[in-house]
Design a protein around this ligand. Sequence first.
Ligand code: F6R
Length: 235
Amino acid sequence: MLVVIKKDYEEISREAAHIVAGAVRSNSKIVLGLATGSTPLGLYRELIALHSAGDLDFSQATSFNLDEYLGLPASHPQSFHFFMQNNFFSQVNFPPGNVHIPDGTISRDYDAYCARYEQCIKAAGGIDLQILGIGRNGHVGFNEPTSSLASRTRLKALSRETVEDNRHFFANESEMPKCAITMGIGTILDSRRVLLLASGRSKAAAVAKAIEGPITSSVSASALQMHADVTFIID
Ligand code: F6R
């Protein structure tokens, strides 16, 4: 595990963009695993700036997002589809056909849908570089505490803490979904390289447990200790 300590959020975002841009330049057909949330916003801004300056080309890249809220269509402003379109894809030359985000509108046959998402990652050659944020409870993706460390893409109930952290984004708090479709910890561990970004005091305890604590399903991110190529960029 490589732990890179930066002064602040801006430096984290620049360092992460430097790593992602380097990976895209050295492999134009890269398969990226992408995250939503406030943490990667700075990274996406930096990547957009590099693309706008003519320094970064995503025309052959492929992406798989970690997760999506169950019940939200792509047009919902709090859906991760909307987030990715708004904050990244609309401003770079990522081929729309190469973008994969779990479909929050499915209402049955969840296991078959999730198995197809896994199959699709496999068919693309696996994820070369997975970007992660981390929840205050140590979740990565929506792998809430007690998720199996071998879990694959599946439907997952959100923890009370996650619902509390995110419900203020919804105009009517009761609209906050209670479930999500998320890649599993096993899916994330299959990525060739993992980059986890975390900024601020509210994440400090989770980051410390993930890096220095025991490997436990109580802190999903601690499973990353078993991965051979993980970089944490933190402040
Ligand atoms: C997002 C995701 C989540 C977030 C985590 C941190 O796709 O899977 O695990 O990375 O909840 O969220 P922020 O960055 O908003 O603090």
